[in-house]
Structures are given as structure tokens and as C-alpha cells.
Design a protein around this ligand. Sequence first.
Ligand SMILES: Cc1ncc(C[n+]2csc(CCOP(=O)(O)OP(=O)(O)O)c2C)c(N)n1
Ligand code: SF4
Ligand SMILES: [Mg+2]
Length: 290
Amino acid sequence: MDFSKITNIEYMNQGHLGCPGCGATLSMRHALKVLGENTVIIMPASCWSIIAGGIPMTALQLPLMHVPFAVAAACATGVSRGYEYKGIDDINVVVWAGDGGTFDIGLQALSGAAERKENFIYVCYDNEAYMNTGIQRSSATPEGAWTTTTPVGKELNFEKKDIFSIVAAHNPEYVATASIAYPEDFYKKFEKAKSMKGFRFIHLFSSCVPGWKIDSSDTLKVMRKGIEAGIFVLMEREYDSEIKVTYKPSQVLPLEEYFKIQGRYKNLKKDEIKVIQERLNKKLKKLGII
Ligand SMILES: Cc1ncc(C[n+]2csc(CCOP(=O)(O)OP(=O)(O)O)c2C)c(N)n1
Ligand code: SF4
Ligand SMILES: [Mg+2]
């Protein structure tokens, strides 16, 4: 990818309300550089509703519609069809939702829109818990991670919901995972999604400083280690084609290397890490990563 083509224009102002080192904030800044000014954001309740700030101090220079938690994909449907009715076809309608608003509360609206092949991009920034309301467990929380509703962090019976497969089962135009810790891959996927019509879904791995109990300066390092350990796999699928892994670590890191730099995993014992590693290895074998 030619990085010199990336615009210097910022669609996010300084002075947003995200924590220093917030993965979701970095992700929005860079996604907007690809999506550009002809973009309308639909946003359910989440940290990002706060990060954006209220008018007249909003951090985004683009139209933003705040919508109730469960209905982001339904609201985006309305906006997208409104443009279609008016014969306007050069606007990117984009949902920007957290994992709680996607994996749990907004799942029925997401499924309906994907099944109807609505014309918009749905982005889920996944920080693996309900962060805005105080770090409660969601169905995107990985097994073994501490949250305020799983205080010991040892709910090994609950595995993270496989949202990629759920969305892919609707045969959308495009489904991908990405992380701003791998910007080249991230930019390519947003460009590809932007160039298409129909239902497109991008699942972002998105660090959270207080929720993951990490240092703000380590935010990219933590996400990179997660991807090198294979706990989050960078991949994509176009319509009904095969899944393509877009980044394969040359040597997959032991999960322990990823866990030990985050306070949320500090209660895990060696034998518990072994159980989680074995489960992960099975998934990575299926994807041809190990
Ligand atoms: C129907 C409804 N239930 C609960 C809330 C309270 N609430 C606002 S944001 C939020 C957490 C959202 O979690 P997630 O979607 O993962 O985004 P994050 O805060 O992690 O960025 C909750 C529970 C709400 N606004 N509406
Ligand atoms: S709590 Fe987490 S997701 Fe929310 S603004 Fe802070 S770092 Fe970002
Ligand atoms: Mg979340």
C-alpha cells in the first residue's frame, strides 16, 4: 500500500474525550482518513458516544447520529435508504459501535440488516467489555479476563462469541477483522469496504487502557502481541469466497506473552493459561496459522 496517499486532513478534532492511549479513538481517526468527508456516522451508546462530545464541542467534523443501543443497524438502514430514495449514492453510511452494542444488544438489528443486504458499513470496535459503564463482561470478553462482573476473571466456561462467523453466515458483501496496530492492513480493508456497495462489516481489535489494565503508552504493543499470539486473527472474506488470513505471524507467540502485560489476566494460573492456549491452538490450526 502507498502510504503517501494517506490524507493529512483530520476529520477528528483535538480535545476529544477518550482516555490517552484509547484504541477506539485511534481507530476512528484513521478510519475517517480513508472514509473521507462524505461520511455519516451512526453511533449507539458506547464510550465513543462520550469521546465524540456534544455539540458545539464535538470532536468529529462529520455528521453523527446518536441512536439507542439496540438499533444502530436499523437506524443506518433508514439513513442509507433515505439517500437511495433521493438518488444520492456517494455517501458512506457507517455504524460505529462497541462490542456490547454489536455482539449482544444490537445483534438482532445487525442480523436483519445483513440478511437484507442493506447498503452500509458496520464497524464494531471491540474492546472486549462494556467499558463506558464500568467494565462489565460482554459476550466479546475473552475467557479468563477480569471484568467488574467477573471479578476473579476465571469464567473459563464462557468463550468469546465468534462474531466474524455469525456475520459471515449472512453472506454479506464483505466481512473483515482489522487493528490499527497493523495500519497497512487496516487501511486496505477500509478502502476495500468503501469501494463496495451492500452490507460490509469490519471487526476491530481495540485496546482499552483502564479495561485491560495496561499502560497508555503500551496500547499498540498490546494489540500487536495479541495478533502475534493469534488471539485476534487478521482476515477477510468477500461475499461467498473462502476466508483469507491477511496476516500470518511468522512465529506465533505463546499466549502468556500477551497475558502478562495486562492486569486483567493477572489472576490466571499456569494450568488455566494452558487450557486457553489449547483451545486457541485448535482454532489456529483450522485457519492454517499453525
Ligand atoms: C438500552 C440501554 N442499556 C444500557 C445503556 C447503558 N450503556 C451505555 S454505554 C454502555 C456500554 C457499551 O459497551 P460497548 O458497546 O462495548 O461500548 P464501550 O463502552 O465498550 O465502548 C451501556 C451499558 C444504554 N445506554 N442503553
Ligand atoms: S475507557 Fe477504554 S474504550 Fe473508553 S475511552 Fe477509555 S480507553 Fe477508550
Ligand atoms: Mg466495549
